[in-house]
Design a protein around this ligand. Structure first.
Ligand code: FES
Length: 170
């Protein structure tokens, strides 16, 4: 029997709650899993998580809207977050930002039409002594230059394996 995406999502949430625990302490790992599998955290999934963990939906909405890495709308396969805080700003963040926009053909806050990349700013990533710093999904890149931007994007496009190999700072 075929099941709908909503039914599958409820089954997944059940399974993750079984794995991480049936209380609010499992909220974050369940949200991360929903996002990883479904690319976004829909209203339906937030309600299903709240029901499963027996917490108020507002609590779930609050967590999703507080953390910039949790998304309630569709985003690219690769979410690039460039640090805009002062140390990275002084280390050349603007040149990196321009290169990202040029290479991807979108502005910050947008997703490429092929659904591959979303471009966003982030606040300090804790790598201030190696700025400019940026995240590509959960991978940190440091000492980013315009040239390195090109390599990182190419790596993402080619394969996840190539992408992993470019993590090391230049
Ligand atoms: S200021 Fe950019 S990582 Fe801290």
């Amino acid at each position: 029997m075929l099941i709908t995406e909503r039914q599958r999502m409820v089954q997944d949430i059940e399974s993750w709650a079984g794995q991480f625990g049936n209380d609010r302490s499992s909220l974050m790992p369940i949200l991360q899993n929903v996002q990883k599998k479904y690319s976004r955290i829909s209203e339906f999934s937030m309600q299903a998580i709240a029901d499963r963990l027996e917490i108020h939906p507002v609590e779930v909405y609050g967590v999703v809207s507080f953390y910039s890495f949790l998304k309630d709308e569709v985003h690219g396969k690769f979410v690039i977050r460039l640090c805009q805080t002062i140390t990275c700003d002084m280390a050349g963040k603007d040149r990196v930002a321009k290169q990202l926009e040029n290479d991807l053909g979108v502005s910050f806050g947008e997703t490429t039409t092929d659904g591959m990349f979303t471009l966003e700013y982030a606040n300090c990533l804790g790598m201030c002594d190696q700025g400019p710093a940026m995240l590509v999904n959960d991978q940190v890149f440091t000492c980013v230059t315009p040239e390195k931007v090109h390599d990182i994007i190419q790596g993402c496009r080619q394969s996840l394996t190539a992408f992993a190999g470019l993590r090391k700072e230049s």
